[in-house]
Design a protein around this ligand. Structure first.
Ligand code: CO
Length: 137
């Protein structure tokens, strides 16, 4: 079941510049960066309860964020719903005809289990589902 808006992600071409913007100019709390090998991204999180802002930047210049930036430049990349049972939500939505990127959930930032619904299934919006690691939230 979807239980909240976990975060909104923004693809940024210059991670350090964007971190400075959100931390210094906007005054948000900066939680630090994390490399997510499975997604080939470096992420930076800014908790803004009850949600967060996630900046995403290519890890080693490769992967889907590199392709996104090349094609479209920086911009809103995805929104992420928190779920308390990601496998059940994947099965339920697959039954309704939703297309996913990948067959099953993979490791995301903060040890969460994540999967992306294809934008074709959501009016052009890339939607991530995330089940927080046990003990988180
Ligand atoms: Co995300």
């Amino acid at each position: 079941m979807i239980t909240g808006l976990d975060h909104i992600a923004i693809a940024v071409p210059d991670l350090q510049l964007a971190i400075q913007r959100f931390m210094t100019d906007f005054g948000l709390q900066y939680e630090g960066t994390e490399d997510v090998e499975a997604a080939k991204t470096t992420t930076a999180f800014f908790p803004l309860p009850p949600t967060s802002i996630e900046l995403v930047n290519p890890l080693q210049g490769e992967g889907p964020i590199a392709a996104f930036l090349e094609k479209r430049g920086g911009g809103i990349h995805h929104l992420c719903f928190r779920t308390d049972d990601i496998d059940a939500d994947i099965a339920r939505l697959k039954d309704k005809g939703y297309q996913f990127i990948g067959d099953e959930a993979t490791p995301g930032a903060h040890g969460a289990k994540v999967i992306f619904i294809h934008p074709k299934s959501c009016d052009g919006v890339l939607v991530e589902l995330s089940q927080p690691a046990a003990g988180d939230h």
